[in-house]
Write a protein that binds this ligand. Structure first.
Ligand code: SF4
Length: 429
C-alpha cells in the first residue's frame, strides 16, 4: 500500500521566522473558567465545581445561561474571605458540599474541582482536596482538579488545564498494541461524527476522541498512540500525552478546506493510507466545501481583518481567512504563540503579516483604530465599545462555541465573518 498522499499544502516559509510584537500590559480576556461552558456539554457525566468567589459564580452563570429543564452540571462553592486559620473549615465545608452533591447526583462519574483567583482559594490546596475526596468516593466517582484562574489562564487555557489533569488517569495501552489515533480537543459531537466517518472511509482506525463523551470511556494511551490536536491551545495536554509516550502528528488545524485536508492527511500518512483511499474518502466533501466557500468569498475577499488576542484560534483562523477567502490580515494577535504547534500554520500565513503576542490593550486599540479594519475579532468586553465607534466586530467566544472544524462547517465558519459585514452594510445603506 502506498502512503503517498495527493494533496500538498502550498506554503512558502510565510511567517515562520517573522518577528512577533510581544506585549505584557493590561489585557482584556476571559479567564479559564469559561471552558466549563463547552466542557460540561462534552463530558456528559462530569460535574465542574468552581471553588471561587461570587464573581466566579456570576461569570459562569451569565456565560452559560440558566437551564430551566435540566439540572446544570456546574456550580460554584463560594469561599468567602478567610484568613489562614479558616482554611481547615474551608476544607471541611468543601468535603460537605461535595458529599451532598454526589448523594444528590448519582449520575456524576467525574468531578472537577476548579480553582480560581481569589487569594482565599489560592491558599487552599485543591490537589490535596481532590486526592482526599477521590479516595473516599472512588470507584463511584473520580475527583480531579485544575485551575481556571484568570491569573494563570486565559479563556481557552481552561480546556487545556482540564484535559491535562485527566491525562494521568488514562489507562496504559498494551506494549504490543497496534498504532491508534487519538484526536485531542473538545469538538462538537456532529464534527466528531463527520471525522469518524472520513477516517472509517479511509480504513483508518482505531480512532478515539479526547475528551470522551463519557468519563467512563477513557482511551488507553502509550507508545502506540499517535495524536492529532484538534485545537491550537492544548500545550500542557500535548506535553502530558507525550510524557506517556504518545506522538503528536504535526499538521495544520482543521479549519477550512485546506486545513481540514492537511489535518486528515497527517493522520492518513502516519497510518499508511493510500493516496487513492484518501482521495475516495475526502473528494466529495472537499468539493462541496470548496463550492460553499466560493460563495462566501464574494463577501469577504479584500476585506481587512484585525485580531485581538483571545481564543488562541487566531493564527489558524487568519490562515484560513487569508488563503481561502482572500481577506487582508492587518494584525493577528494571540494570547500565547506556541511556535512548535503552530509551525505549519505560521508557514502558511502571508509573509509580512503583523503578529502580536500578549496584550497592552490601550496600545492595541490605538493600532486597531488607525488600521481602519473592516472587521475586528475580539472579546465581548471590547466588542461593544468598538461597535459604538463604528467598527464591525466578531466575538471570539462565538468561534469556540460554534462547530467550525471540518469540511461541512467551512462555509459556516466563513459566514460567521460575512454576516456582521453584511449587517453593517445594510445599516449603512
Ligand atoms: S477565576 Fe478570577 S478572573 Fe475568573 S471569574 Fe473568578 S475571580 Fe474573575
Amino acid at each position: 500500500m502506498s502512503a503517498v498522499i495527493p494533496i500538498q499544502v502550498q506554503a512558502s516559509s510565510g511567517c515562520t521566522d517573522a518577528p512577533v510584537l510581544r506585549e505584557r500590559g493590561q489585557r482584556e480576556v476571559f479567564c479559564g473558567l469559561t471552558g466549563i461552558i463547552w466542557l460540561h456539554r462534552k463530558i456528559q457525566d462530569a460535574f465542574f465545581l468552581v471553588v471561587g468567589s461570587r464573581t466566579c459564580a456570576h461569570l459562569i452563570q451569565s456565560a452559560a445561561g440558566v437551564m430551566i429543564f435540566a439540572e446544570p452540571r456546574f456550580a460554584t462553592a463560594i469561599i468567602d474571605e478567610r484568613d489562614l486559620a479558616g482554611l481547615a473549615d474551608a476544607n471541611v465545608e468543601l468535603d460537605r458540599v461535595v458529599t451532598r452533591l454526589i448523594e444528590r447526583r448519582p449520575e456524576i462519574k467525574l468531578l472537577f474541582l476548579v480553582g480560581s483567583c481569589p487569594s482565599e482559594v489560592i491558599k487552599l490546596d485543591l490537589s490535596r482536596a481532590a486526592s482526599r475526596l477521590s479516595a473516599g468516593l472512588s470507584p463511584r466517582v473520580r475527583v480531579l482538579n485544575y485551575s481556571g484562574s484568570g491569573i494563570e489562564t486565559t479563556f481557552t487555557q481552561g480546556e487545556d488545564a482540564c484535559l491535562a489533569s485527566m491525562v494521568p488517569t488514562l489507562p496504559q495501552s498494551a506494549p504490543d498494541a497496534a498504532p491508534a489515533l487519538l484526536v485531542v480537543g473538545a469538538l462538537a459531537d456532529v464534527v466528531e461524527d463527520q471525522f469518524l466517518r472520513l477516517f472509517a472511509q479511509m480504513g483508518l482506525g482505531p480512532v478515539r476522541f479526547f475528551p470522551p463523551r463519557s468519563a467512563l470511556d477513557l482511551p488507553a494511551i502509550g507508545a502506540n498512540t499517535r495524536f492529532l490536536l484538534a485545537q491550537p491551545f492544548l500545550a500542557d495536554t500535548a506535553r502530558a500525552l507525550e510524557s506517556r509516550g504518545a506522538q503528536r502528528l504535526a499538521a495544520l488545524f482543521p479549519l477550512g478546506v485546506e486545513g481540514t485536508t492537511a489535518w486528515l492527511q497527517a493522520a492518513a500518512t502516519a497510518f499508511g493510507v493510500s493516496a487513492a483511499s484518501f482521495e475516495d474518502a475526502t473528494a466529495t466533501a472537499r468539493q462541496r466545501a470548496t463550492q460553499a466557500l466560493a460563495r462566501q468569498k464574494v463577501a469577504l475577499a479584500g476585506k481587512r481583518i484585525f485580531f485581538f488576542p483571545d481564543s488562541q484560534l487566531e493564527i489558524p483562523l487568519a490562515r484560513m481567512l487569508s488563503r481561502e477567502l482572500g481577506m487582508v490580515l492587518l494584525e493577528v494577535g494571540t494570547p500565547y504563540l506556541h511556535r512548535q504547534h503552530l509551525a505549519e500554520e505560521l508557514a502558511c500565513l502571508p509573509a509580512g503579516t503583523i503578529l502580536s503576542e500578549g496584550q497592552d490593550v490601550e496600545k492595541q486599540l490605538d493600532r486597531c483604530r488607525a488600521a481602519k479594519a473592516d472587521i475586528v475579532v475580539c472579546g465581548l468586553g471590547l466588542a461593544n465599545p468598538l461597535e459604538a465607534q463604528g467598527l464591525t466586530t466578531k466575538w471570539a467566544i462565538e468561534l469556540v462555541f460554534t462547530p467550525i472544524q471540518g469540511y461541512d462547517q467551512a462555509a459556516d465558519l466563513a459566514e460567521l465573518f460575512s454576516r456582521p459585514l453584511l449587517r453593517r452594510m445594510r445599516l449603512a445603506a
